[in-house]
Design a protein around this ligand. Structure first.
Ligand code: ATP
Ligand code: MG
Length: 319
C-alpha cells in the first residue's frame, strides 16, 4: 500500500489549520478493513493532533487512548483511519482473553459447505496487522488479565512476533503497523470504583505507551455531535439535553470523583441515541421523555430514575 498525504484542514474539517499541512495516510484501496466513516463526525483538536502525530511517526511507541465510557475513543481511531484509508484490525478485550486470540491459532475449517474440514492456521488481528501494515486496535485493554498479554511487550518494543504455534513463523513489523489500545483507565486499575471489571496493568507494559485522553466533549462540541445525529431537533432542545447529560455525569462521578448518587452515566453514545430516538418518536405525546425512557432510563434503578426525572423537569422547565 502506497503512502499518501492528506490535508488536515479538509480531511478532518479543522478550521484554522493551514491548507498545506498534511498528514500521512495510505492511497485509497478496496481493503475491507478500512473503517466506514460518518461524514458528520466531529474531531476535537487535541486528541486529533495526538493521534495524527502518533500515526505519522510512532517513534517506537504504542498509543493508549483512555477516557470514560462512550466518550468517543474507539470511534476517534476508526474515523481517522477511515479518512486516511488505513486498515484497522480491531478486537475487544475481556477477562478470559489469551494472547493467542491476538496472534492466531489452528482451527478446523472447511473450504466449502459440506466439505471435510481440515486444520488450518488462522492469523489473529495482531499478526495480520503486523504482516500487512494495518492498525491493531485493542479496545478495553484494561479488562484483560495483564499476565495474558505480557507477550505484547516484545511487539510494543518493535521486535518481531514469533508464532510458536505456526512452526515458529517470524513476523516482522511492517513499517505501517501501529498499535493502539483503548480503555477506561490508564492502566492503573480503577482507582475510582466506577468501572468494575478494570484490572491493574503491568507497569512495564504501560511504559511503552504514549497517552491520549478523550473526555466527554465540551458543550459546544457535543452540540455539533448531536446536530449530526439528529439534525431535525431544535438547537434549544439539544442544548437542554447536553445540560441534562452533564448533570448526570456530575452525579455519577460524585464531588470527590469516587462515585456519587448515580451508578449510571450518560455518555455521548447515549446522548446520540436519545436524540436519534426523539426523531423517531416525534409524533408521541412527549418525545423528549419517551425517547429518554427508551434510550437510557429503563436501565436505571427506581431511585436513579427519580433523580434523572428531577433533572429533566428542572432543565426543561416541566412541572
Ligand atoms: N466526536 C464525535 N462525533 C460524532 N459522534 C460521536 C463523537 N464521539 C462519540 N460519538 C458517538 O458516540 C458513540 C460512542 O463512541 P465510541 O464507541 O467511540 O466510545 P468509546 O469511548 O470507545 O466507548 P467505550 O468506553 O464504551 O468503549 C459513537 O458511535 C458515536 O455515535
Ligand atoms: Mg470503545
Amino acid at each position: 500500500m502506497q503512502i499518501q498525504h492528506y490535508p488536515i484542514a479538509k480531511t478532518f474539517a479543522q478550521e484554522g489549520v493551514p491548507e498545506n499541512i498534511t498528514t500521512m495516510g495510505l492511497a485509497p484501496s478496496d481493503n475491507p478493513f478500512i473503517p466506514n466513516i460518518k461524514q458528520s463526525y466531529v474531531f476535537r483538536r487535541e486528541p486529533l493532533r495526538e493521534v495524527l502525530a502518533f500515526l505519522n511517526d510512532p517513534m517506537g511507541d504504542a498509543l493508549n487512548v483512555s477516557g470514560p465510557t462512550g466518550s468517543g475513543k474507539t470511534s476517534l481511531i476508526c474515523e481517522i483511519a477511515g479518512r486516511l484509508n488505513w486498515p484497522v484490525q480491531s478486537l475487544t478485550g475481556r477477562g478470559k482473553m489469551e494472547f493467542t486470540d491476538l496472534t492466531g491459532h489452528y482451527k478446523l475449517v472447511s473450504s466449502a459447505p459440506g466439505e471435510a474440514p481440515s486444520m488450518q492456521f488462522q492469523y489473529g488481528p495482531l499478526a495480520k496487522a503486523m504482516k500487512e501494515g494495518h492498525i491493531c486496535l485493542l479496545n478495553e485493554i484494561d479488562r484483560i488479565d495483564p499476565s495474558e498479554i505480557t507477550g505484547l511487550n516484545d511487539v510494543l518494543e518493535g521486535r518481531p512476533l514469533v508464532l510458536e504455534q505456526n512452526g515458529g513463523e517470524v513476523i516482522k513489523p511492517h513499517p505501517h503497523f501501529r498499535f493502539i489500545a483503548t480503555g477506561n483507565s490508564v492502566g492503573n486499575g480503577d482507582v475510582t470504583g466506577l468501572y468494575q471489571s478494570v484490572q491493574q496493568q503491568d507497569i512495564a507494559a504501560m511504559d511503552r505507551y504514549r497517552f491520549t485522553v478523550v473526555q466527554y466533549p465540551d458543550p459546544e462540541d457535543e452540540l455539533a455531535v448531536l446536530k449530526g445525529a439528529a439534525p431535525s431537533i431544535p438547537v434549544s432542545i439539544l442544548e437542554c439535553m447536553i445540560k441534562v447529560a452533564n448533570d448526570i455525569r456530575r452525579l455519577f462521578v460524585g464531588e470527590d470523583g469516587n462515585g456519587g448518587e448515580l451508578a449510571v452515566t450518560m455518555s455521548t453514545r447515549s446522548l446520540c441515541r436519545w436524540a436519534s430516538l426523539m426523531t423517531v418518536f416525534q409524533g408521541s405525546e412527549n418525545p423528549v421523555q419517551y425517547a429518554l425512557q427508551n434510550s437510557f432510563m429503563r436501565r436505571c434503578s427506581p431511585e436513579e430514575a427519580a433523580a434523572v426525572d428531577r433533572i429533566i423537569k428542572d432543565t426543561f422547565g416541566l412541572s
